[in-house]
Write a protein that binds this ligand. Structure first.
Ligand code: PCA
Length: 159
C-alpha cells in the first residue's frame, strides 16, 4: 500500500519518528510527490494541526512524500491519524519524481467546518515555517481531551 504524507509525518517533522518504530511494521521511502489535483492545506486548531481538505480544485497542488508501507505500519498510521473518525484515509493520485502517477492513501479531514476555507492555503507544510504556527505534540497538550478540541474544527452537521 502506498501512502502520501504532507504534514507532520514528513521527514524532519514532529511525527516522522513513527515510521522508525519497528514494532509498527515496515516502510520504504519512495521519494517526494506532488498531488495531481489542488487541495486546500490549512493549519488549524489550538494545536496547529495541518489539514488537507477534500475540496478538489481549491488551493494548491500539495508537496509531500510517498511511502510504501506494510499492513502493520498502515494500522499504526491509521491509529495516529484516527482514521476514519478524525482524518479519513482516501486514495488520491500523486505524481512522483519520475513523472509517473500513483494512487496513494492520504489523510484528509473530510468533516470540516467551512471557516477553515478562510485560512491561508499552503502548498508545502513545515511545522517551523514562517507562519509561526508550530505543531503542538500530543504529549504537550493539556488536559482538555483532543477529542473535544478537535470537535470544534469538525463540522457540526453530524453532532
Ligand atoms: N499527518 C498526516 C496528515 C496530516 C498530519 O499531520 C500527514 O503527514 O500526511
Amino acid at each position: 500500500m502506498k501512502v502520501f504524507v504532507y504534514g507532520t509525518l514528513k521527514k524532519g517533522q514532529p511525527n516522522s519518528k513513527l515510521f522508525d518504530n519497528t514494532k509498527d511494521g515496515h516502510y520504504e521511502y519512495l521519494g517526494v510527490g506532488l498531488t495531481v489535483n489542488q487541495y486546500p492545506l490549512v493549519i488549524a486548531s489550538r494545536f496547529n494541526i495541518p489539514f488537507m481538505l477534500p475540496v478538489e480544485g481549491r488551493g494548491n497542488k500539495i508537496k509531500g512524500e510517498v511511502y510504501e508501507v506494510d499492513e502493520r505500519m498502515l494500522e499504526a498510521l491509521d491509529a495516529l491519524e484516527r482514521h476514519p473518525v478524525f482524518y479519513r484515509r482516501e486514495m488520491i493520485p500523486v505524481t512522483s519524481e519520475d513523472g509517473s502517477t500513483v494512487d496513494c492513501g492520504c489523510y484528509i479531514l473530510f468533516d470540516f467546518r467551512e471557516e477553515l476555507l478562510e485560512l491561508p492555503f499552503y502548498e508545502s507544510y513545515d511545522s517551523k515555517g514562517s507562519h509561526n504556527l508550530e505543531y503542538i505534540q500530543h504529549n504537550k497538550r493539556e488536559t482538555t481531551s483532543d477529542k473535544d478540541e478537535n470537535q470544534k474544527f469538525i463540522s457540526s452537521v453530524k453532532k
